[in-house]
Ligand binder design. Sequence first.
Ligand code: 5AD
Ligand code: SF4
Length: 438
Amino acid sequence: MTQAPKKLFIKTYGCQMNVYDSERMAETLGASGYVTTETAEDADMVLLNTCHIREKAAEKVYSDLGRLRPLKEAKPGLKIGVAGCVAQAEGEEILNRMPLVDLVVGPQSYHRLPEMERAVGQGGRAVDTDFPEDDKFEALKSRPKAKRGPTAFLTVQEGCDKFCAFCVVPYTRGAEVSRPAERIVAEARELVEAGVREITLLGQNVNAWHGAEGGLAALVGQLAAIDGLERIRYTTSHPNDMDEALIAAHGQEAKLMPYLHLPVQSGSDRILKAMNRKHTADQYLRLIERIRAARPDILLTSDFIVGFPGETDADFEATMDLVRAVGYGSAFSFKYSPRPGTPAAERKVQVEASVMDARLQRLQALLGEQQRTAQETMVGRETTVLFEKPGRLPGQMVGKSEHLFAVHVQAPESLRGEIARVRITASGPNSLAGSLIG
Ligand code: 5AD
Ligand code: SF4
């Protein structure tokens, strides 16, 4: 008699790297007999893959854990785990604060999940927040051959040595480590064999990748040589790591999509210095000029923090000026959140909440306007769309354009996973509409 598979529910918070890690966790627990399920109610094991970047994200984990309490009481065998950056930052503390948690696993040790799950099955509790010497990706081995959707993430680099004064990442994800090129290329080939057409390379500092001579541009070149891989993207980049070769690749490598997420955080030199960003607003603007010279239609996106300690009205206006000077396709903007252990949290000159709110509103209004403009300039243009799934209306498919806009098109379902030429016909609140060409 074969045993019924055990069910695993993973909730993913935060960034795309967590999305990738959650997939890999599901795959590794698959070898212990788990299949994934869509709800916690249905599960034998619940994993929260957490984010520690801002206080709100980190606190959400505890309220979500609280909500799992009745479930655990009704089903004492239910295993509950906390993974990701909150696990890394708080470790054992989580077990003390939340008796219902059985295991805590950091982002660098989740390849050990099967052993940890076994230990919990024998009545123990398990914590692993090591930064082990062994490469977790090697331990995880190759990815399952099952057919997949047309887009995938692929982690090529982890960790950060930049130590921006506000950021927990260098502490939760550790020092910068690049995966070797040949392993990345092998994983990309496996993904393509499983049906993937577009790969987004991931790293906290992806353009600092140094797994082989020539940096990220060389890696993009190697990946572009894979037949069947049609589109390459990468995120997140630091302005200081945009080297000449990578800029040039945007003009030369047809598979590299015209889209770049390049966080600047602030437009004030004083604040950039206090943030330890190691570049000025002007240096960033000149970098954008060089990138646009290589690829004039590139769409730029960014991250901003308002209310960094000591930010004055004039500093904030400098951020607004920088946004106007660049013209972004979209951007994320956040209120500064003091994080334990970071230098900025120690500063005495914290900005008042109401001031932060007002600044965030103004910045988001400007960024929203720029997003509308960016979408509207697409109307009438031809682009390619990689179709991912049916749309809400009958006969409709949805996919992403080269500039990463969602595009709704009347198209047969047989185009799922295919790239087709599309003319953009209209711009909606968060997506475009288009029609097939030819
Ligand atoms: N407060 C607010 N936003 C933050 N970010 C990182 N740390 C903080 C913080 N302490 C933002 C930055 C970064 C993005 C991923 O999150 O803008 O680029
Ligand atoms: Fe955090 Fe700065 Fe590193 Fe980005 S570059 S992960 S913001 S420390």
